[in-house]
Design a protein around this ligand. Structure first.
Ligand code: AHM
Ligand code: MG
Length: 342
């Protein structure tokens, strides 16, 4: 049994407050920050559910029934999160996949000690076809916690092991929020009738080995030899019955990682000859997922080194990734070494 279903009825706000109670130095600022963030997620859960409808109703001149201009959902999500988070006084700066540079806190508002990075709507290729999409986020403390000035690029470009918290929301058949603050991984499910995220799985653990691999095989002809060898081997039946593996690939990292977290196995987006550093972004996609998967007992590397140890050098930098069950990720690394890819 990879996870324990909870029997108590707890909202995410209560859960975060209880976690904070273990830290006597906690000021409540972090709890308030997360409360603001879950408001944005609640709004997005609603908007994603209405997405197809808005498009149809707004078809003629880009306006919906309310007379509002219809925006691309990922741009809309970027704005909703920014507007929910810019005035709380908890953040000193934000950064997002949808914004080229830093997202500053407006001059009028207090600058707090936290940094927020996010991918507002992950899985953009799936938005128009009603396949699961998600929001990924991660929170750091600024380098000088006593500063009251705007946050800087250096505050954002911290290695992943310094994350204070990370999570993702998945807008699927239900909306779930998977969250860690470094004390295991908990899953909350949104109940739209009461407007709350309720704790549904506590301290989820990823199996040590799975039987599913997840990768865009359309890139196989461009992969390094080690990745080709590794995947070929997964497809070869073994006497112990562990292989062949099944392939599952949604094309939304949030959904593919979510399944991997529950069932085990490996999710990867390796480098290839046309994308030497892979596709996924270190700061707001791979680092939060690496933190979550490690907290659930799994492993996350770029094929050679732990993702969380990489020092980012730019906001939108890409990194190859191999994330999932410990034994599976180690097998992939061994195949890369055996093929001389490193
Ligand atoms: P996005 O942030 O523009 O949505 O791109 C990231 C997505 C991931 O969710 C997913 O794992 C990957 O891109 C899929 O890429 P591909 O279509 O190349 O397989
Ligand atoms: Mg993304």
């Amino acid at each position: 049994m990879p996870f324990l279903k909870t029997s108590t009825l707890v909202t995410i706000e209560r859960h975060i407050a209880e976690e904070a109670a273990f830290h006597p130095e906690a000021t409540g600022e972090f709890s308030r920050l997360l409360r603001d963030f879950t408001l944005a997620l609640r709004i997005l859960a609603r908007d994603v559910r209405r997405a197809g409808l808005n498009d149809v109703l707004g078809m003629t001149d880009g306006m919906n029934v309310h007379g509002e201009r219809v925006k691309r959902l990922d741009i809309h999500a970027n704005e909703v999160i920014y507007r929910a988070m810019d005035h709380g006084g908890h953040l000193c700066v934000m950064a997002s996949e949808e914004s080229d540079g830093l997202m500053s806190i407006p001059d009028d508002y207090r600058k707090g000690k936290y940094v927020l990075v996010f991918d507002p709507l992950d899985g953009s290729s799936n938005i128009d076809v009603n396949v699961s999409i998600g929001t990924i986020f991660s929170i750091y403390k600024r380098l000088d916690e006593t500063a009251t000035t705007p946050g800087t690029l250096a505050d954002v470009l911290q290695p992943g092991y310094k994350q204070v918290a990370a999570g993702y929301a998945m807008y699927g058949s239900s909306t779930q929020l998977v969250y860690t603050s470094g004390n295991g991984v908990d899953v909350f499910t949104f109940d739209p009738t009461i407007g709350e995220f309720l704790l549904t799985f506590e301290k989820i653990r990823i199996p040590k080995r799975g039987r599913i691999y997840s990768v865009n095989s359309g890139n196989a002809h461009k992969w390094p030899q080690g990745v080709r060898d590794y995947v070929s081997n997964l497809l070869r039946p073994s006497e112990d019955g562990l292989r062949p593996y099944s392939l599952r690939y949604v094309g939304t990292m949030v959904a593919d990682i979510h399944r991997t977290l529950h069932y085990g196995g490996i999710f990867m987006y390796p480098s290839d000859s046309s994308s030497p550093t892979g596709k996924l972004r270190l700061v707001y996609e791979v680092n939060p997922m690496a933190f979550i998967v490690e907290q659930a007992g799994g492993r996350a590397t770029d094929g050679r080194q732990r993702v969380l140890d990489i020092q980012p050098d730019s906001l939108h930098q890409r990194v190859p990734c191999f994330i999932g069950s410990e034994d599976d990720v180690r097998d992939a690394e061994a195949a890369l070494v055996a093929a001389g890819d490193f």
